[in-house]
Design a protein around this ligand. Structure first.
Ligand SMILES: *[C@@H]1O[C@H](CO)[C@@H](O)[C@H](O)[C@H]1NC(C)=O
Ligand SMILES: *[C@@H]1O[C@H](CO)[C@@H](O)[C@H](O)[C@H]1NC(C)=O
Ligand SMILES: *[C@@H]1O[C@H](CO)[C@@H](O)[C@H](O)[C@H]1NC(C)=O
Ligand SMILES: *[C@@H]1O[C@H](CO)[C@@H](O)[C@H](O)[C@H]1NC(C)=O
Ligand SMILES: *[C@@H]1O[C@H](CO)[C@@H](O)[C@H](O)[C@H]1NC(C)=O
Ligand SMILES: *[C@@H]1O[C@H](CO)[C@@H](O)[C@H](O)[C@H]1NC(C)=O
Ligand SMILES: *[C@@H]1O[C@H](CO)[C@@H](O)[C@H](O)[C@H]1NC(C)=O
Ligand SMILES: *[C@@H]1O[C@H](CO)[C@@H](O)[C@H](O)[C@H]1NC(C)=O
Length: 329
């Protein structure tokens, strides 16, 4: 499997439209998802990202993924809860506790595991369009964010903080911890190590060579697809990718890899609209809906969990179905 020779996979997801002004879904305390709920995930307002259960191996994993966007229209996982645990079986539940103190994974055999523990009591959760799953307190402050607990992927606007690591996955379809890790060191150096070695510079096989760049240096991915090391005052210590990938209004999924030989490569994994541009037109479909080619025209559809604002006028957009309310930031 090709990915075994690479350390880390970083995806960039670029939106063709400007940053979402859409309301964010407000998942309330006490909300529960089961492996067999329909749907068994909470989508972001755009319908691009989801938090919930996805099938893998002979069971399910809880995590966040990019909906139906892989090369074979499969799931692209961007965050996995409890990576080293075995898959859970059908009947397991994800529960945002009634008291707002935890998000728990309840296995069908009754076993309960912690997924998220906010710093303060949360009153709402939201799957944001950036791919960040957050818990918010009563004053809408974020008290837990999946972006602060990266697994193998860094998304646009996400930072890899000082003393944090990304661990490669076994493969694109198996999110168990693989053989490599990327560490953002407190000395400002970003180093790649084989997993089973001690963290000593001499065992690293790739380095940004930026030690001495100061404290609190972070790895960042900006909205243009540039991967860089920055310090806390916003100064760019080093650009790791040269230049911007071409941005022409389509939605791109990028993969940056650091090879075991120390090579650094970027490639486009997926382009939303390759040869047909009809749906690229901004606003072709309304808020929260997605566009699909329909003969010589287009058709607008709602992502799972959404319904048409006006069923007679699909192009006017979609809204969240059911009890999920708008989360104001
Ligand atoms: C992923 O790989 C690990 C190690 O090879 C294996 O134990 C696990 O069962 C695999 N998981 C899935 C979902 O295939
Ligand atoms: C680094 O961040 C910590 C908090 O995480 C802060 O206390 C410290 O002042 C920062 N250092 C610099 C040099 O910015
Ligand atoms: C960030 O780097 C700039 C340029 O070297 C420097 O002036 C600034 O003090 C640094 N900030 C921190 C917090 O280290
Ligand atoms: C990094 O890239 C950005 C955008 O291309 C450029 O503006 C900046 O000068 C570069 N910085 C360094 C330190 O190379
Ligand atoms: C947009 O950019 C992508 C990636 O560079 C490229 O594959 C695609 O052909 C471009 N589309 C147009 C219409 O230029
Ligand atoms: C697709 O186009 C046909 C013919 O114009 C139309 O009857 C049909 O309603 C369209 N489908 C959707 C989902 O809009
Ligand atoms: C909307 O939600 C209700 C109740 O949860 C459900 O019965 C209905 O089928 C849903 N509608 C769509 C279009 O998904
Ligand atoms: C989320 O919904 C709850 C219950 O309906 C409400 O109390 C809370 O203010 C909402 N939060 C936001 C951020 O909209």
């Amino acid at each position: 499997m090709a990915t075994k020779t690479f350390i880390i996979i970083l995806f960039i997801y670029m939106f063709s439209t400007s940053r979402a002004q859409t309301p964010q879904s407000n998942i309330t305390t006490g909300s529960t998802l089961y492996t067999n709920s329909s749907p068994n995930f909470w989508p972001s307002p755009s319908g691009h990202f989801a938090f919930g259960f996805y099938p893998t191996g002979n069971g399910f994993k809880a995590g966040i993924w990019l909906i139906g966007s892989g090369p074979a229209n499969d799931i692209i996982d961007v965050w996995t809860a409890r990576r080293t645990d075995p898959v859970v079986s059908s009947g397991a539940a994800l529960q945002f506790s009634v008291d707002g103190s935890r998000v728990l994974l309840r296995n069908s055999n009754g076993e309960v595991q912690l997924i998220a523990e906010p710093t303060r009591t949360a009153v709402a959760a939201a799957m944001l369009d950036s791919g960040n799953f957050v818990l918010c307190d009563s004053s809408s402050q974020t008290v837990w964010a999946s972006f602060d607990h990266p697994t193998d992927t860094l998304l646009v606007s996400q930072k890899l903080a000082k003393d944090s690591e990304l661990y490669s996955s076994m493969s694109l379809t198996n999110q168990s911890i693989g053989n490599f890790k990327l560490l953002m060191q407190s000395d400002g150096n970003l180093n790649a190590f084989p997993l089973r070695s001690i963290q000593d510079g001499k065992y690293g096989y790739w380095s940004s060579y930026t030690s001495g760049a100061g404290h609190n240096v972070t790895l960042n991915l900006d909205q243009y697809g540039i991967l860089y090391l920055g310090n806390s005052t916003g100064f760019i210590v080093k650009n790791l990718t040269d230049g911007r990938p071409s941005v022409n209004g389509t939605t791109l999924l990028y993969q940056h890899q650091i090879g075991t030989s120390g090579s650094f490569s970027s490639k486009i994994l997926w382009v939303a609209i390759v040869d047909e541009d009809r749906c690229v037109v901004k606003g072709a479909c309304g808020l929260n809906s997605y566009c699909s080619l329909n003969g010589t025209g287009i058709a607008c559809f709602c992502p799972p969990g959404f319904i048409y604002i006006d069923p007679e006028k699909p192009q006017e957009g979609c809204k969240l179905n059911s009890t999920i309310e708008d989360c104001l930031e």
